[in-house]
Design a protein. Structure first.
Lengths: 173, 776
């Protein structure tokens, strides 16, 4: 499917997918990377994403869902523009990650897997993000913030609010 | 592969190298428990129940993935292994509800059996079990999520076995569930194989769930009454207020010609038997022109008197007889013998769905050219011409898929339409519409109509070939195709008909010009003596009889188990001068026009034999009973008796050994015991009743050379092949009388109209229902 008018993805990503399905001996090997890239662009794995990925690889939508539901980092509902992932694994937990997580809950007014009404932030508790040396740590989309205390929370949120304002996008939805 | 010798539990076993240990053990009678392993499907090694100790290997090994090699030593039962299996069960029971007392699978559950065996009655888990609501995926399939032990058998059966791929597994760990392709509904062929392979009660059948317990049923294995593949179906029968009712149909004993398989019709289409619309009393048209119930005696006397009068005054030619595709061989044989010797007419026919007479003629003098159903599972190369077995012959389609998957058979498909089996085909030849006659020339080397020599070259390179074709070929076309095949070595043939005993109806001579075994009426040979009073000339075909009846030129028409007026709009006035007797399960369009209606037993309520499309003869066993109805066999005998015929001249009962061997069971008593099997197999069973179909089977065997049956096998419940074609067959009636039924996965002629189960499935397939339980 190289016809760009048929795709829900950007021309760049569509071209990337065209190359990706050819790259492996078996086409379905491209499935997990495709789902990740698609989620980055669309925000989540919508029915349309699943249908197109299935079509591109030549497997059933059921096959795509079988794989996609296995991974907790793939989501089926939209996240906020900035997805705040708070690590609560052992190192972070010992150094107060739950206090940080609670502060995020208070500030944002949402709980685990929640999305703020303006669509700007979503919050989730995640497993180890590999930043144990600088625990406690969080990941916002692909950015790390580490050696946190509950007091650093409002500063981080303000930083992203400012960023959103500068870009002129307030509501993701 | 070469045989290797290895030791299991101190016993020396031998098996081909590469055999799975679990298979080798099971063959040797060593039971290794397993949930996820299922013979013929890909390996999963998910359940860890089949763990065994292998010498010199540090950890326990799964017997389902271990292949045997020379000098290996295994232990399959020890304290250590029992502990491992017990721990596995304890884990499985972590979330599995202990609702065995109300679970459909209770009593037939592999998890229950294993828990009993390994005694995992206690658990260290204090956590609450995770409950989730049950889902209905289709009218046929329900899924109870907490009961599922995630063995993946259903997923593999659906994908690999059925080539449908409608099931998957979603989420992971304790959240994992089996998921259907439609989110929370199933878009599939509704075969119910997933229910069949489920080791627990997670997948349950819409037609059976919460109706009874397995141990409250008698299980009777008989031949399915729907399509012409002849699957063995196990009917679960329970006592009811008016006889005994069928509560379930499945493939419980798996000993039949269908091995693991049973389709939607076999599994869910049994319920017509219990339909409230069943006829249960004979009907006679009264002076007001309405059908009203009467007694058997009166109905028989009335019909017999009429038939006798017409025969004696107008002659037998004024009477026509139409037989059935669903009655047993014995009933078909008896019907034509009754027509020919009692009614003295050759006006006898049935609704032909394939031209078996031409097939028999083409094969005459070419022994060992016909193939049985079992060969479709083993033949290395198969040419499938026309038709769509996935829809019309589900077992054949299953066998072809399995043969390609497990034996790497080469399937060649020649069809004018795209069919699903092409996914298994090595090569496909797309024929032009009506290109089937040209295909024979093409096979012979002509590229005039079909210019693609590569398909033919691949076919001709095969050392042996099984050619399967259907109603596209009739008369001379069959002869030409078979002739082409007979010029080559190792080419075999099968002709596909449509109904449970379509082949048997032809073989038994429900034809106006041919006697049983396709002996021409014009050269009756031994039948001259056997059938006194039979007219010397052939009779009318079915369309000719209907035409004659509607134009007032047929004085009587006796229709058994057929519905020829289903589609033709016939006014009762047109049939005014024809005395019409209908004998059927339901008040069909045809029966509604009749003057006398006899309520007949279905194929599930009688004993006899049936011949599938491939010529495999199987025993039909009586499962259910319905007050008021009689098997067609008994009705015929009593009708003849009421006409004043010496019944012994029709049914050779009371001959042979005269002693009763302590046998108190009659032929219709259902499951025969082993003693009776032996007696019957050796022809020693005293046939003391004129209603004993086996007495007629003796005569069939005596008069039809191809029906030389291996009786021990037949009565033990196995399929016994017969081959057409040892007798010369002369010119036949026109081939236009073949009317294929084209039944799909959920239709079964008139009978299907009376099956709520099949109708539900048809509705579901066109517009999937909305279920109450959402996927979460």
């Amino acid at each position: 499917m190289s016809n760009e008018t048929m795709t829900i993805f950007s021309p760049k990503l569509a071209a990337r997918f065209d190359a990706l399905v050819q790259k492996y001996p078996a086409r379905r090997s491209a499935l997990v990377p495709m789902l990740l890239y698609a989620q980055d662009e669309i925000g989540y794995l919508s029915d349309a994403v699943i249908a197109e990925v299935a079509e591109r690889i030549g497997i059933t939508e059921l096959d795509v869902r079988n794989v996609a539901t296995y991974y907790s980092m793939l989501r089926f509902k939209p996240a906020g523009k900035y997805n705040v992932q708070v690590c609560t694994n052992i190192s972070c937990m010992l150094r107060g990650a739950y206090d940080v997580f609670e502060r995020f809950q208070d500030e944002l007014g949402v709980g685990h897997k929640g999305v703020t009404p303006d669509g700007l932030f979503s919050l989730e508790e995640v497993e180890c993000i590999g930043a144990c040396c600088w625990a406690p740590a969080i990941q916002v989309n692909y950015d790390f913030h580490d050696e946190l205390t509950p007091e650093s929370v409002s500063g981080i949120l303000a930083e992203y609010r400012g960023k959103a304002k500068a870009e002129g996008t307030v509501s993701h939805a | 592969m070469a045989d290797v010798t290895f030791t299991v539990d101190g016993k020396k076993l031998t098996a081909p190298a590469g055999t799975l240990l679990i298979d080798a053990c099971r063959k040797a009678g060593i039971e290794i428990p397993a949930f996820c392993y299922y013979p013929g499907l890909s390996l999963q090694a998910a359940c860890r129940m089949c763990v065994v100790r292998q010498e010199k290997v540090p950890k326990l090994q799964t017997a389902c993935t271990t292949t045997v090699a020379e000098e290996q030593v295994f232990i399959t039962e020890s304290a250590e292994i029992a502990q491992a299996r017990k721990a596995t069960i304890e884990l499985l029971l972590g979330n599995h509800p202990l609702d065995c007392p109300v679970c459909d699978a209770g009593g037939e559950c592999e998890l229950q059996d294993m828990t009993f065996k390994y005694g995992a009655g206690e658990s260290l888990y204090a956590e609450a079990k995770r409950h989730r609501e049950e889902q209905q995926w289709s009218p046929a399939v329900f899924y109870d999520r907490p009961r599922c032990i995630l063995c993946y058998r259903c997923i593999r059966m659906c994908g690999e076995g059925m080539d449908v791929w409608a099931l998957g597994v979603q989420n992971r760990g304790a959240s994992a569930v089996i998921a259907p392709n439609g989110g929370d509904t199933l878009d599939c062929e509704q075969c119910g194989m997933c229910i069949d392979v489920c080791p627990v009660g997670a997948l349950t059948s819409g037609s059976y769930r919460y109706k009874t317990r397995p141990w409250e049923m008698n299980h009777v294995s008989t031949v399915c009454t729907h399509c012409a593949d002849g699957c063995k179906v196990s009917l679960g029968v329970r006592q009811s207020s008016d006889g005994s009712e069928i509560v379930r149909a499945d493939n419980r004993d798996k000993s039949g010609i269908n091995n693991d398989f049973l389709c939607a019709k076999g599994r869910f289409g049994f319920d017509f038997v219990e339909s409230a619309e069943r006829l249960s009393k004979p009907l006679i048209r009264n002076t007001d022109g309405k059908l009203e119930p009467t007694t058997w005696e009166h109905a028989l006397r009335f019909a017999a008197g009429k038939l006798k009068g017409i025969r004696d005054t107008q002659g037998g030619a004024a009477i026509g007889v139409i037989g059935s595709n669903f009655t047993t061989n014995e009933e078909n044989y008896l019907l034509q013998k009754f027509a020919r010797t009692v009614l003295q007419t050759n006006n006898i026919d049935h609704e032909r769905t394939a031209d078996y007479a031409s097939f028999a003629r083409a094969l005459a003098g070419n022994p060992s050219r016909a193939a049985g159903m079992r060969e479709t599972l083993t033949f290395p190369a198969i040419l499938l011409i026309g038709g769509n077995p996935t829809e019309e012959h589900p077992l054949l389609a299953w066998n072809l898929r399995t043969n390609v998957r497990l034996n790497r058979a080469r399937l060649y498909v020649a069809n004018d339409k795209k069919i699903k089996l092409e996914r298994q085909a090595k090569a496909v030849l797309r024929l032009p519409a009506n290109g089937y006659a040209a295909l024979t020339d093409y096979l012979g080397g002509s590229d005039k109509v079909i210019p693609d020599a590569s398909f033919r070259e691949a076919l001709l390179a095969e050392e042996s070939l099984l050619v399967i074709f259907g109603q596209e070929y009739r008369g001379a076309a069959i002869e030409a195709l078979v002739k082409w095949g007979c010029t080559r070595n190792n080419v075999r043939f099968a002709l596909l008909g449509d109904y449970a005993n379509s082949r048997g109806a032809s073989d038994m001579g429900l034809l106006p010009d041919l006697l049983p075994g396709y002996v021409p009426v014009s050269q009756p040979g031994a039948f001259n003596v056997e059938y006194p009073g039979m007219p010397a000339r052939g009779g009318k075909t079915l369309p000719e009889m209907l035409q004659a009846a509607m134009s007032g030129q047929l004085d009587a028409l006796y229709i058994v188990g057929a519905n020829p007026f289903a589609h033709a709009a016939v006014s009762p006035a047109a049939l005014k001068s024809t005395f019409l007797i209908a004998q059927d399960i339901f008040l069909t369009e045809t029966a509604a026009l009749a003057d006398v209606v006899f309520p007949a037993a279905s194929l599930y309520e009688k004993t006899g034999t049936a011949t599938n499309a491939f010529g495999d003869v199987q025993l039909v066993r009586k499962a259910a009973d319905h007050a008021g109805v009689k098997p067609d066999f008994e009705i015929l005998v009593r009708l003849a008796g009421a006409m004043g015929v010496d019944v012994k001249s029709l049914v050779p009962f009371g001959s042979g050994v005269t002693a009763d061997f302590g046998q108190t069971r009659g032929a219709h008593s259902g499951e025969a015991d082993r003693h009776a099997v032996w007696l019957a197999a050796n022809g020693l069973e005293p046939k003391l009743s004129p209603f004993d179909p086996l007495a007629v089977l003796d005569e069939i065997e005596r008069l039809i050379p191809t029906y030389k049956l291996d009786r021990m096998n037949l009565f033990a419940g196995n399929d016994v092949p017969v081959e057409p074609g040892f007798v010369p067959v002369s010119a036949l009636a026109g081939t236009d009388v073949v009317t294929p039924a084209h039944n799909g996965l959920f239709t079964s002629g008139t009978m299907g109209h009376y099956s709520p189960g099949l109708k539900d499935l048809q509705r579901h397939q066109t517009s999937p229902m909305l279920t109450g339980t959402a996927a979460d």
